[in-house]
Write a new protein. Sequence first.
Length: 449
Amino acid sequence: MGAAASPPVDGHQPGVRGWWLVAALAVTQTAGYGVLYYAFAVLLHPMAATLNASTTTVTGALTASVLAGAVLAVPVGRWLDRHGGRALMTTGSLAATILVAAWSQVQTVAQLYAVLIAIGATTAMVLYEPALAVVVSWFPPHQRATAVLGVIAVAGLASTIFMPLTGALTDRYGWRTTLLTLAAVHGAITVPLHAIAVRKPRQPSTIERRPTRSDRALAVRAAVRDPRFWWLAVAFVAHGAAMAAMTVHIVGFLVHHGHSTTFAATIAGLLGLLSVTGRLLLTGLHARVRLTTAVAVVFTVQAAATAALLAVAASPIGAAAGVVAFGIGFGVVSLAKPTLLADRYGTTAYATIAGILTTPTTLAKAAAPLAAAALLGTGGYPAVLATIGALCVIAAAGVLTHTSPSSVSPGPPLVEARSHQRPTHATGQRWIDVNHSHDQRTRSSDWTN
């Protein structure tokens, strides 16, 4: 990771500040996901009892929160491409902290929905999408995957850290005091780190101009007109739906097969740790095969694991093995997506392009548990797991089709042509000049072409 050996991105050396940024975002993402997302599952039943509402009604507030984040994905991406992440992420962290404190004071279901929707809006400003866009802007292609891994490998432990912490606090102090405590923890960690660590990459001395709105629009058009982009969207939407459905229904599935709730919850709790394992496994596979091939292999293993679970779930060892095999795919998209998008479409409009991909994926994640619940009522758990396995197969096929040379024309030539005429630097993102674009395409051709 030595900065001296790192080739620049448009003349930029990531240096110590770049890796300090990675460390800081790893911490803020862990706290952000732990407080703004995972704590909800622990607080669900205490909140429902206090508000005299069903767990289904209260769970709907989380769905609304996720949908609010999806709605803002593209606008937030555009802001990041134009202005960078410091002000956005600092403001979002401060707002989220205040809203978590407000969450502790809700007295009605309507108030709960209002607060959770507002929290969902802040997650679009502070969680993976903006954080990884900032990281992508700092690092050259050969270091980008390592930098992204550094953030998401640590953040993958958010559930492992914050769910037990939230449970212990709730048992001792009640859910309202727990939320006040979590708000204080979230604010103390995320606000100063985003304000101090998130910076634009240092710009070299030879700058012709910053890219205009039309430059960013050109990059976005090149992406959305590329059939490969939409095959990738198919893959990530299918996979996101499969992960969300499995996360919500795995405990019920295991209990249905005769296991105790404690055993089922413990096995399901492995998914957070396994997401880190899966990311490390993907990194190891990527050293030997194309990135898209490695991702497709992981998705295929998950499909096989769902089939195996139907056969061996009654056995504790079989249930644990099936969940472990399935769990290695949790989180791999978070690692693969920044690399695939940045290497193919550059970083001038990376956050906007990523936001376009995030919107349908997040919608699928929000809808999948409800659809699986409906399917459960008609076809039972075999139908639910068969559907999850089929979605993993679709995801693997979409990733592999994304790499098929015969299905698309090579590269986004308009972006490269514009870069050749005017190599520049985007505010908060790096504008790739023609020489770097050529070097980048050479490296990434081993994985994406």
